[in-house]
Design a protein around this ligand. Sequence first.
Ligand SMILES: Cc1cc2nc3c(=O)[nH]c(=O)nc-3n(C[C@H](O)[C@H](O)[C@H](O)COP(=O)(O)OP(=O)(O)OC[C@H]3O[C@@H](n4cnc5c(N)ncnc54)[C@H](O)[C@@H]3O)c2cc1C
Length: 296
Amino acid sequence: MIWTQDIQALGELSQQEPMAAHTTMAVGGMASWYFKPYDKHALGEALPLFPHDMPILPLGRGSNLLVSDLGFHGVVIDLGLIHNIHIDETKLTAEAGARMSKIAQSAANHGLSGLEFMATVPGDLGGGIAMNAGAFGQQVSDTCHEVNIIHRDGKEETLSSQQLHMTYRHTQLPSGSIVINASFTLTRDEQDAIRQRMRDMRQQRSQTQPLAMPNCGSVFKNPEGQHAAQLIEAAGLKGKRIGNAQISDTHANFIVNHGQASSQDVLALIQLVQQTVWKQFNIQLEPEVRILEAMQ
Ligand SMILES: Cc1cc2nc3c(=O)[nH]c(=O)nc-3n(C[C@H](O)[C@H](O)[C@H](O)COP(=O)(O)OP(=O)(O)OC[C@H]3O[C@@H](n4cnc5c(N)ncnc54)[C@H](O)[C@@H]3O)c2cc1C
C-alpha cells in the first residue's frame, strides 16, 4: 500500500488497533487503521492521502463513544498530539487534543472564568466541541466563539459557534470534518474563587458518579424538563445487569463495565432502557453516547 509510506512520515500509523484501549467504556473491536498526526499541518497533509472511500473517525479521549465489538473499518484519527493552549487577555484558544481539565486549569491560572465545568469532563476539546459538552449550568457554546475545522481534502475553515448550531449535547459539524482548534471569550474573576468552584464541582461528581469503573458518562440525554436517571430508576432498572455491563447502582444514567463487558452487553442495556421507559412513561430516551455500529 503506497499511501501508507507517505502517511507514516506525518504521524504514528498502526493497523488493527483495539478500540477498547482507547475508550473509557473499555469495549469495542479493532480499528483497521489508527493514525496519530504529529501536528495540525501533518493532519492536513495526511487526510487527502487516505483512500477516498475509507471512513474516518476523529477521536479524543473516547469518553463518549461506544464502538461495536466488530470494530471500525476505517481510520481512527487520534488528535492526542495536537494539544497546545494559548491565552491572550480574555481569549483562550486550545487545540483539539487538549484535555478539557487542562484547559479549565489554564483558564483558572489566568483568572479567567467560564470553563470551570471542563474540570469535571474527562474528554479532549475536539470531543467537547463535537458534543457541546456541559455540566453545572455551563456548556461549551456559552463561551466558544470560533471553531477551526479541517475537511477531508485537507482544507481548513473557520466557523462561528452560531454557524455550528450548537444546542444541548449537539453540534452540527460539516460532514467528515475534524475540529482542530477553538477559541473562547472568558470573563475575569479571582483565581481562588474559580478554583473553589472547580473543587466543588469535582467533589460533587465523585460523590454521585461511579468513577472507579469504566463508563462513558451519561448514556442518555435528559428529555426536556426530565432527568434520564430518574426515569430509569423509576422504571426499576437501577442495578440491572446484562453480561458484564450494569446500570450503575450509584447513578442510573451510567452503565459500568465490570471488566469483561462486550459492546453488545452495553447495547442490550441501552435498548432495554429505551423500551422499558417508553412502555412505562411514553418517553423516548435518546442516547448521548455516540454509538458506532459495525461496518461504519
Ligand atoms: C465519567 C464521565 C463523566 C462525564 N461527564 C460529562 C459531563 O459532565 N458533561 C458532558 O457533556 N459530557 C460528559 N461526559 C462525556 C464526555 O466526556 C464528553 O462528551 C466529551 O466531550 C467527549 O470528549 P472526548 O474527547 O472523549 O470525545 P470522544 O468520545 O473521543 O468522541 C466523541 C464524539 O466526538 C467526535 N470527535 C472527537 N474529537 C473530534 C474532533 N477533533 N473533531 C470532530 N469530531 C470529534 C467523535 O468522532 C465522537 O463522535 C462524561 C464522560 C465520562 C466518562
